[in-house]
Every structure is written in C-alpha cells, then in structure tokens.
Design a binder for this molecule. Sequence first.
Ligand SMILES: [Zn+2]
Ligand SMILES: [Zn+2]
Length: 424
Amino acid sequence: MQITIHRATQVGGQITRISTAQASIIVDLGHNLPNRAEDKDAYDNDRAIAEITKDCSAILYTHYHGDHIGLFHHVSDNIPQYIGEVAKQVVCRKYKQLCFLRDPSLQQKYGRALTVASAMHTFHENQTLRFGDIIVTPYFVSHSAYDAYMFLIEAEGKRILHTGDFRGHGYLSKGLLPTIQKYIGQVDVLIIEGTMLARKDETILTERALSQKAAELMKEHKYVFVHCSSTDMERLASFKNATRSMSPRRSLLADGYQRDILAIFSVTAGKKSACFDFGRVDICAKDSPLDIGTENNGFTMFVRASDTFYTLLDQILPQLPTGETPLLIYSMWEGYIDREDTRNDEYVKLQERFTDVVQLHTSGHATIDTLRHVCGLTNPRLAILPIHRDKETDFSSIGIPVQLQEKVVTADCRLNDTIDIKFL
Ligand SMILES: [Zn+2]
Ligand SMILES: [Zn+2]
C-alpha cells in the first residue's frame, strides 16, 4: 500500500492518495487557501489534476471547504467524485451563486463547476463504499462546515483513519470519541489534521458558550450585524439561537443566498434538532430594502464582505435610530484581520463601516487535547501522518507517549512538502 500526501506541511490545499496494487482513491482535492491575490495554486489547471488523478478509481471529499474540494471542477468526467448528501446541496447552491458574476470567463468556469458538482455521487455515514479492494467508511464529524466526515479506509489488511478537518467542541461533537472507540479502534495509519498546533494561544469556547456571549452582546445592542462563514451551520445556529432568545422578538435577516443555505440546513439537520431549524428568515437585499420602521425591536443580520453588502450597509446604517450604536460581530479567524501575511482586505473594509466591532469566534479545528485523545484511541501501529498544519509545528509535542511520538512521520521538504510512504 502506498500513501501520497501533497502539501502536507501547510493549512489547506489538501490532497491524499491511497493506492493498493489494484485500486487507488484520493481523499480531498483542495485549493490553496486564498491568502493573497498573487498566491497561485500550481495544481489549479486541468493538466495538473489529470496527472494527480491518473488511474484513480474515485475521489472522496471530507467536506465542502475550498481547501478540500476547490479543484474538483478540473477532474475528468470518468472519475466518480463523492461527497456528503447535504454537503452536495451546499456546494451546488454556492456555485449557482457564483454563476451570477458578471465576468463571462468566470461564468463559464463556475458553470462547468456547477455541472460537475451536480453530478457528484453522495455517501452516507457508517455506510461502506468499495473501490476495487479498497473499502471506505465515512463517519460524521463536527467542523465549521456541516456534513463533514472522517474516513476509515481498509485495504490489503491495513486500516487507515483520515480525519479531515474536525473538532471536539461543537454542538455536533459529542459522538467523536465514542464513535472512534466503538467503530474504529486501533488503526495502522492515522492521517490527522494539526491546524491548532500553530494556534495554541487561541481561546477555545464551546459553540454553546459562544452563543451565550452573543446573547449578552445582543442585550447591549439592538442592531447586530454578523460576519461569519455563510456555510458554517453550527456558527449560524449560535447566532440564530441568541437572536431567538431576545424578548421582544427580533428579526433574523439575510440575503437570498444566505437564506437558501439556511433553508438547506433547516430541512436536513433542523429536522433532527431544533438548534439547526432557522425558522423564519427575512430577506434584506439591495432590491428589497429594509423598512427600519418595522424593526423597532432590533434585528440580527448576516453580512458578507462584498460590494453588494457595502452598498446595502451604506443604505441601512444611516437609517438606524440615533443613540442605537450598531454592532458588527466578527466571527472568523483573527488572522484574516490581524496578520499581515493572511490579511483579507475586504474583511477589513467591512469592519471600517462600524464604530463598534467585537470579535467572537471559536475554532472549527481540533484542540491539542482532542488531537491527543484521537491519537490515544486509535493508537496507530505503523504511522501518524500529520497534515493541514503550519510547517514550523511539531506534532509529536502534543503530549502523546514516546512510542507514538516515534511514529510521527513529517513531510520530506526535498519532496516539495509531499509525504510519500509505502507500507508492506
Ligand atoms: Zn481545511
Ligand atoms: Zn475545513
């Protein structure tokens, strides 16, 4: 068996290939995170992806973040691609939105992506898939993308767990360790994300605690604007639940795209738990302006950093009653604002429209404690392959026993951040 991991020592741009003598699958085909406009992804073209996916039986996606699926539209039609059922709906809605962009070349690119996404196969948790002699079982995980999975991959007498991105402190994290204990147990190889290794100082709130803090802020501010990922269901639910706890009742506002995404979550996860049923969401968009007069009790509005929202905010903010200071809650990673190398200028531009801005965020990734628990429960016999982490980080320093530390294999930089390893 051979495992090839491209770009192992960076966060994002994830690609893992697992091959036996008979078959070969790829887990995730991610684009580099868009830190700066000039950061090009060398794999972002049909030729590079044809090379990487050559003779591959299938591609399976852990979740719908761009750093895990972003190159899917380059894949040849004869290689089947698999994703979670709800994740597929979110991806299709997202690309449908991108098709509205005016630039004809982008329209063509995203149109092709929408066609490919619509043709994706779906899988279900705990149900095995077979590709030649490779058996894959997806297990649900909590992450800042809903409908995310880790994969147990079994072939040639070996068991591999690929965690994808995951965390232990979300609403939907309760099953993480019991699932590993009950259904997975010891593995031969653990491929595990290590995003938080470089972010050890970050405060980690549970999603529930974050929602309570949001409610406290909403008591202070009637008009609250929330900038968070439009597809992070658990985070959106935290702000929805905080809003619903206000009395008198406040409106929940979003544009048409965000409302469609919330509707996807309401009819799927929302059927299993009221926490994710978003209920009534009112539209607030350029072509359906807000009547502030009817919003005396206040509102929570989901916003994004785009020209459309700047125009909308420039209409709404001056209309708010004097004496009511609107609050922008920034609910994403602080590095997009504070760090020179990862700053997102659009996010900064959005914040400049507000005098009161509060950061309220918690990570979508596993803490060091959670990483240690997963290593302990899976107790890998042959190797731990850390991925999705900063180059300078040391996975063996997470407090695992020496016999596990010795199994940590890191990328060989001479191979251009690729781990390429054969197990006999
Ligand atoms: Zn990721
Ligand atoms: Zn992710």
